[in-house]
Design a binder for this molecule. Sequence first.
Ligand SMILES: [Zn+2]
Length: 466
Amino acid sequence: MRTLPLVLALLAGCSTSAPALTADGSPPPALPSSAAPRAAAASPSPSAADSCPTANAQPDPLRPRLSARVSIANGVVTGSEQIAFTPDRSISEVVLRLWAAAPRPAASGSRIEVSGTKVDGVAVTARRSSATVLRLPASVAAGRTVRVDVSFRLTLPTGANDRFGHRGTTAWFGSGLPLLAWERGRGWALEPPTSAFAEASTSEAMELTSLSVTRARGLGVLGPGALVSDSGTTAVFKARSVRDVAVAVGAFRAARVTASGKTVLAGVAPGLADGPPTTAAEMGRALSRHAARFGPFPYERLSVAVLPDIRGGIEYPGVILMGTGQLDDATASHEVAHEWFYGLVGDDQGRDPWLDEAFATYAEALDRGTGRSYLRTTIPAAGRGHAGEPMTFWESRQSAYFRSVYVQGAQGLLRARTAVGAAAFDRALGCHVRRNAHRITTPADLATSLRGLPAAVRELQRVGAL
Ligand SMILES: [Zn+2]
């Protein structure tokens, strides 16, 4: 995500095809599913740092499978979801995170209640051990698949600069579905939420087998993955490998472009002056630039919702929620870069926020030629040398967070690239992305990918990232 726009020059030009407007307020036309075939092979071992994969690692064939139905009306989302989960170690409970109840959205009136919890079809009593942690008893051996059912009612606030909101007939949410909080090789991700404009969530990439979104006739829907069907009141999406879900509905003015072979769809909510073709073109331009550097865009398509009340942007796999007037700063390029860093190459955003925020800032700086400006930025004393700290560290230092993590981390990456040469650094990062596609990475995984480039590692150590 990104806020605090910097005054930086806007790169002109667009490498995408001409935009095609759709009718105002109409639902986005259905697109044929471009989902790739299911994973057939296991990924290479992350320890195989010396061999550089020639293509992205495949999603785990045993990744969680999610199907969900939501109905959105009057700022309330009623829904249900079913998760098929195959843990890689034995468990005695299933933990779902309820991010709609985190302090920041809750302070604006966001609420989520759950009911109808079942494990393998049997009703169970769930325990909410904190606002954002829901625990379901479930004794499951490693390698066995367990089915979890949850119904929920999510109340969206109005006027919040956040991933949850509604205004008039426009409504949106990200991390609104109870989110399976498993990290393979580690266990449940129980990091506390943050009160900052930031994320603390962690989730493995999952197959979205079906997401059904029902809304009033006449409203459009932007959602993850491919749009399978749309009756005009119910749209169905599916996605091969996404780690979370965001949805926006509204009487959008819409436009689309094709960039690097992918559809980029932009919808602008009523009352906002942003041009849909301009928005789609800038997002598509950034997509092509990042794809040239980090590999193919990892999702079926990119949907961008320009929404009221948000100041900045918030990334989800295949979906970006963005405020008005963001094309004049780095937000567009930054959020698109997150599709690779956070989306494709995941991280625990509570534990290692720099792994997605510094990388998105670095990618955006390369795209827009703003590296020198970032390198000149003074890092606050509270954060100097602490780029790698978790969100709990920044909770009491929120004014230093952006410069200390986004900018300082990007400074480390930019200096690392200079230290070892752009070609070697870009090659190593390309291998890193392909090796860790659809995974949750740690700083140690990055250090492994940079093992042959000690001068780069030193630069990242200097800023406290490694
Ligand atoms: Zn960001």
